[in-house]
Design a protein. Structure first.
Length: 171
């Protein structure tokens, strides 16, 4: 929508995504992404970390279940979404404001890791903000150790034939 603040964040998950269900049974996953800028200090001839940004994020519906089942603490992820500001009252009665990321897309960063994509079964609901489309969701799966070196198996054969996902859905 026009006027929304859309951003892309690259960082590491500070904990496993926490999957909960609303009173109406709607799944929601909440997590925090820590994004730390790195700059090269020419005087010291070394890389130095800047101040980390800790950004709370959330995903809803079937997308939330995919995220909770696929991403874990420490994984480097790329997330794109819309910034949302909300106000609330803390336990002491003070008015507070929080800025959170409502995630539209998220996946593991492949800069230092590998991942294998497995298509998830579609419920036909088009959840996750897909505008009512019935495009099936995709689920990211990664090895137990997300930063391990690639093994001897390759996932190239999964991409070798057109329509390997069972339909002609464009990416």
């Amino acid at each position: 929508m026009a006027g929304e603040t859309v951003i892309t964040v690259v960082g590491n998950l500070t904990a496993d995504p926490e999957l909960r269900y609303t009173q109406n049974g709607l799944p929601v996953a909440n997590f925090t992404i820590a994004s730390t800028p790195r700059n090269f200090d020419r005087a010291a001839n070394e890389w130095k970390d800047g101040e980390a940004l800790f950004l709370r994020a959330s995903v809803w519906r079937e997308f939330a279940e995919h995220v909770a089942g696929s991403l874990t603490k420490g994984m480097r992820v790329m997330a794109q979404g819309r910034l949302r500001q909300r106000s609330y009252q803390d336990r002491e009665g003070n008015q507070r404001t929080a800025i959170e990321l409502e995630v539209d897309e998220i996946g593991p960063s492949l800069r230092y890791a590998t991942a294998q994509v497995t298509r998830a079964a579609s419920t036909g609901g088009g959840g996750g903000g897909g505008g009512g489309q019935s495009r099936p969701a995709q689920q990211q799966q990664v090895s137990e150790e997300p930063w391990s070196t690639p093994g001897s198996s390759t996932s190239a054969d999964a991409w070798s034939t057109p329509g390997s996902f069972g339909d002609d859905t464009p990416f």
